[in-house]
Structures are given as C-alpha cells and as structure tokens.
Design a protein around this ligand. Sequence first.
Ligand code: B4P
Length: 188
Amino acid sequence: MINLIIFGPPGSGKGTQAQTIVEKFDLTHISTGDLFRDEIGNETVLGKKAKEYMNQGNLVPDEVTIGMLDNKLDQSQNPAGYIFDGFPRTLAQAEALDEILKKRNTKITHLIALDVNDDEIVNRLLERGKTSKRPDDQNEEIIRNRIEEYLEKTSPVFNYYNEQGVSNKVDGMGSMDDIFNRIYDILS
Ligand code: B4P
C-alpha cells in the first residue's frame, strides 16, 4: 500500500502531479483544497466557514479540516492507497493524520516535497487565476500571504515525516513530465 503526501508551497504542482500519480499507481486522490471548493460551491455550512479563510490566503482551522478528511477516508476505501494533496498543512494535522491512519492499520509511506522558487509560484498562480477565477489566485498580495502561511505553519511537516524516514525532496522546476519522472523514481 502506498500512502503518499504530495507536499510543497502553493502552486508547486501538487494537484498537477497528483493527477498523473493517481493514474500510474491506482491511488485515490484526496485534495483538501478541492473538497473545500466543493463545499463552497454547494454553499454548505462548512463551505461558508472555509471561504473567508481561503479567499484571504489563510489556512482553514485544523478542527474543520481534520474532521472533513476523516469523513472523506470513510467514504473512499482503497486498498492500493491514497495520495494526500494539500493535507497535512500543520503539525496538528500531521499528528491527526497519523492517528486516523493508525485506526485503519496503515501509515504514511512517502512524503514528496516539490521545491519551487517564490517568483515561479507567483507567476504560475496569477496565470491560473486568469482562467480558474479562484479569488486566492488573482492577487499577488494574497498569493504572497499563502506562501507565508506555508513557510510558517506547513513547512515543519517536512521534518516531522523526515524523522519517520519517509520525506523526499524533488526539484519542482521544469516540465511536468520531467518532474513526474523524478517522482516515479522514488515511488517505484
Ligand atoms: P489547494 O487547493 O491545496 O491549492 P494550491 O496550494 O494552490 O495547490 P494546487 O495543488 O491547487 O496547485 P498546483 O500546485 O498543482 O489550497 C487552496 C487553499 O485551501 C489554501 O490556501 C487553504 O486556504 C485551503 N486549504 C486546503 N487544504 C487545507 C488544509 N489542509 N488546512 C488548512 N487549509 C487548507 O498548480 C498550480 C498551477 O501551476 C497550475 O495552474 C498548474 O497548471 C501550474 N503548474 C503545475 N506544474 C507546473 C510546471 N511544472 N510548470 C509550469 N506550471 C505548472
């Protein structure tokens, strides 16, 4: 079983690479960003809570995010494993994920961190914002806030899993195929 965390700053290619990894390894893709955007689109109570944080480029509170992830895992059993995209984003989420997987007699097998510089991130997200209409992709100040949130709250998750011996860094610059090949080498 592969349980992979695809990790990195906003716009580093997590969602993009997850799509290809899912096809090659038959994993189930769980993206907390996509789950929140579905909740917002359906105007649920959870979506209304998440929207105010996301639109400013802030993280949604842990208690909201962890409960949502636990429910999603209950609904999508896959013996081949999971790819966690955008989760965990804090140490508390990482600890909760370990507990959630332990209950299911499994654990994280790999964390792959995509390394991309800040200027490239801003360019990619502003470019995506032209078509995605995502409010958090349309304003450089909000994108820079997302990068700050990542550095302050999310980046320590790399070391947390490094202590478990499962963290890997991958150069996230270059073509999507080249980056996928770097990831493939680690997973196979
Ligand atoms: P996410 O939806 O996870 O969004 P993201 O960080 O922007 O990454 P994404 O996966 O979408 O983009 P990708 O890098 O693939 O999170 C959005 C918000 O939701 C967060 O800010 C937060 O508020 C909230 N949230 C989500 N999870 C949370 C959690 N666990 N806890 C608290 N809050 C949470 O791609 C970006 C762009 O780059 C694309 O346009 C792509 O085409 C392009 N691209 C990718 N690879 C490229 C390459 N090699 N070259 C050129 N362009 C490339």
